[in-house]
Design a protein around this ligand. Structure first.
Ligand SMILES: [Zn+2]
Length: 98
């Protein structure tokens, strides 16, 4: 494992309950979030060690070098992660807009 296994990550209720796969990973200001990528969230998030998530989905481990201010998204568990620069304060870097 390349991540530190007890690195704390925020997850949405769907990931916590394992009802949806992790399709969106956000690294923002030192915080990591592993989310289902959908927006129907009314429950509270949870904080877990990333090692638990990597045991469930080993492909997460390849995001260990995702830089702060970036996020990675994929269409399904079988798709590759696509990384993109996100700066919430300044908007999307125009150099990375497709
Ligand atoms: Zn969710």
């Amino acid at each position: 494992m390349k991540f530190i296994s007890n690195l704390g990550v925020f997850i949405c209720p769907h990931i916590f309950e394992n009802t949806r796969p992790i399709l969106l990973v956000i690294h923002d200001e030192g915080d990591w979030q592993c989310l289902c990528g959908q927006y129907d969230h009314d429950g509270k998030g949870h904080l877990v060690g990333i090692g638990h998530l990597i045991q469930r989905d080993a492909s997460l481990d390849e995001l260990f070098d995702l830089q702060d201010g970036w996020e990675a998204e994929r269409a399904s568990e079988n798709d590759a992660w696509i990384r993109r620069f996100v700066n919430i304060n300044q908007g999307t870097n125009p150099d990375t807009v497709q």
